[in-house]
Design a binder for this molecule. Sequence first.
Ligand SMILES: Cc1ncc(COP(=O)(O)O)c(C=O)c1O
Length: 358
Amino acid sequence: MYPQLRIDLSKINQNLDTVVSIAKQGGCSLMIVTKSFCADERIVGEILKNDYVKYLADSRVKNLAKYADKARKAGKETVLLRLPQMCEIGDVVRFADISLNSSVETIALLNEEAGRQGSKHKVVLMIDMGDLREGIFFRNEDKIFDAVSQILKMENVILEGVGVNLTCYGAIIPKPDNLGGLCEIAEKIENKFDITLNIVSGGNSSSIYLIPKGELPEKISNLRLGESFILGNETAYSNRIPGTANDAVTLRAQIIELKNKPSVPIGEVGVDAFGNVPVYEDHGMIDRAILAVGRQDVDHEGLTPLNTEATVIGASSDHLLMDVSKENYKLGDTVDFSLDYGALMNLFTSEFVEREYI
Ligand SMILES: Cc1ncc(COP(=O)(O)O)c(C=O)c1O
């Protein structure tokens, strides 16, 4: 059935092997981030087979719940990436072995809950090095030390390390100076409290480019990788990572109408289904195809047609429109697309999109 995500497990493994070898070179453990593919069972199955990967991470507790048992049986730890909501503390302790945190109040709740569940919960204290999303602001060292001192007093919570997230809100690029700043804070914590931090987590797919350049600070001991794994993109400068496949996951959609019609609509132009005033280029009469996938499933701007001269001209909730004048399609034919990160994530989230493993 279509629309269909086509998931090439050998290319998934090729990407995994590539990011693993880069992480090894950088002396980092790896958290593979499963959120963009909604913790797809078969992809998770491949990750679980990889001996080097120690952690599977997700921003959604529901995704962690899907694989927590299997991950633990395979000797891996599960990590909650988004700061826990106070309404989900029970499930965080149940399904995440480690969570990223920035508020002592939340960590205190995790501590109480872990006590109730008779378990221990590990936390990574997030430091904001300038991207201005989560974390205690790096210039407030007193607040960082105060948080550490309070966490260390808690019985059921273990301070596993510190971490930073960059290139998300503020689009700040990881560099030896901002990551070096995190390492300095980690060292100060270790010296002041006479402890060892097992994890100094140096960010996401935007940090990976530093490793081949030999510029990842030595004390960074962990990376959390999503896009670089699933699409093979480093996200600091939007370069492809050599040795990875960008098309491990593609979309296949079916043509439900083929007609020769004008390229410009006829009549007074109002707003489209999404409240926008459309702008059209006049190419005269064109062969137009409608495919059965739409904006309820994916933002069409993230789709690139593969092996075809057909082009995407627009989309409504359930329909994708293409100019297929240069092709000889017939009704029922399918068209394949490569995906950007947003398109991939939305398609995995849509219950209307099937999955085919190849
Ligand atoms: C805290 C955190 N770490 C890591 C990641 C992974 O990011 P990327 O897909 O750029 O590797 C994300 C987002 O998915 C995140 O929110």
